[in-house]
Design a protein around this ligand. Structure first.
Ligand code: F3S
Length: 390
């Protein structure tokens, strides 16, 4: 692999042991993928932040790195963490370990306001920017909607890329690999987050390569349109390892090439298998995370009347960490929901339900419109998911 002078120095240990090790990881992975060189990145996004996922070994690795002086070279955000870092858990040792993980990342230079799976809401990459992002739902959004370029990194390779400010120039970084090679024609209107999610889960299951998706969206505002697209893409990435989908009219031109062969038509009936019909009085919103403005739209009166009719008594909402700073607005929203609808709302900045062991909290079922949560909640969080229309 060709390395520039500074990259050679990094690899040879001239900038210290941590940089040397990080560079070795990036070069090794790059060589395995046939990369001929590295590329500078503008933004890294790290996953593997939940104590339930990385355990004591992961915690020790992060603390060791941060104590040995590891510092990110580029803007770096991080994924959400488990509910063990929130007031929902009463276990102080879990809380302490979860927050040590968060502190180690912040010490290395990760943006303390991030801890979100929608890092593009904090720092929106431009068309053609090279990134090293972990978190499949963010990767597919960056490639498909923003026209940026990132592979689906692991938590470790994203962190190593952050430490050296580079990643290997391979796969999604090269235009010739951003090739849509089958066409998906959607035969119904996408008019809700749930429908967008179920469609995404289905496409992820049937697509053999990057799909070119032709669909009509019926959204009452730009924010709702973006929520639908985000949920469809997150769902595709849950049931497949696809890093990108080309969305007709959405994906920026000149960020992909087309070599279509097969045409797949999808009608509503084909989504029935993914529709998990069961009942829960608790609902999850925010997988991927929602902003406060999006949440207010979702909690509008006409939606709430519907949720009440479906028996919802409690809503758990996961949002980016920075929303903690808007506690006046958050408190007003919670109070309104309690007084007007008798619905308890818990807003968890920086949290993710899927990487939390929800059995600890005595949940048996959770209703959600989010495809990624529908796909993972049972196996990863230990609760049965039910679909709910939003
Ligand atoms: Fe985000 Fe966790 Fe869902 S990382 S996309 S809230 S599984």
């Amino acid at each position: 692999m060709y390395l520039s002078g500074i990259e050679e120095k990094m690899l040879n240990g001239e900038y210290g042991e941590v940089i040397e090790k990080a560079m070795k990881v990036i070069v090794k992975v790059g060589e395995t993928l046939g990369a001929e060189r590295l590329v500078e990145i503008s933004h890294a996004h790290v996953s593997g932040v939940s104590y339930f996922n990385i355990g004591d070994e992961g915690l020790e690795l992060l603390e060791d790195l941060s104590n040995r002086g590891a510092r990110v070279l580029v803007y770096t955000s991080a994924n959400p963490y488990s509910f063990a870092g929130s007031a929902l858990y009463k276990d102080s040792s879990l809380l302490e370990k979860q927050m040590r993980i968060v502190k180690s990342l912040i010490k290395m230079g990760v943006d303390p306001n991030s801890f979100t799976c929608t890092p593009y809401k904090l720092r929106k990459p431009g068309i053609g920017e090279h990134l090293a992002w972990a978190e499949s739902s963010a990767v597919i959004y960056a490639n498909s909607v923003l026209g940026a370029r990132t592979n689906r990194e692991s938590g470790l390779t994203a962190l190593m890329a952050a430490l050296v400010g580079r990643t290997y120039y391979a796969d999604m970084h090269k235009i010739e690999n951003r090739k849509a090679c089958e066409e998906v024609v959607v035969l119904f209107d996408i008019n809700s987050i749930l429908i967008a999610s179920l469609l995404g889960l289905y496409i992820g299951k049937v697509a053999q390569c990057i799909p070119y998706i032709r669909a009509r969206y019926r959204a009452e505002s730009e924010l709702i349109f973006d929520l639908m697209v985000r949920n469809m893409l997150a769902s595709i990435s849950a049931t497949s390892d696809l890093p990108m989908a080309v969305l007709e009219g959405v994906t920026p031109q000149h960020t992909y090439v087309i070599e279509r062969s097969e045409i797949i038509s999808v009608n509503l009936k084909e989504l029935e298998d993914m529709d998990l019909k069961c009942y829960s009085d608790t609902m999850l919103i925010g997988c991927p995370h929602v902003t406060l403005d999006e949440l207010k739209l979702l909690l509008m009166d006409r939606h709430l009347d519907l949720l009440k009719k479906q028996g919802i008594q409690r809503i758990i909402v996961t949002v980016p960490k920075y929303i903690e700073k808007r506690d006046n607005e958050v408190n007003a929203l919670i109070q309104r929901m309690r007084e007007k609808y008798s619905i308890e709302v818990q807003i968890l900045p920086g949290g993710c339900a899927v990487v939390s062991n929800l059995r600890f909290l005595n949940f048996m079922t959770i209703a959600t419109p989010h495809g990624k949560a529908l796909h993972y909640l049972q196996n990863l969080a230990g609760v049965k998911p039910c679909t709910i229309h939003v």
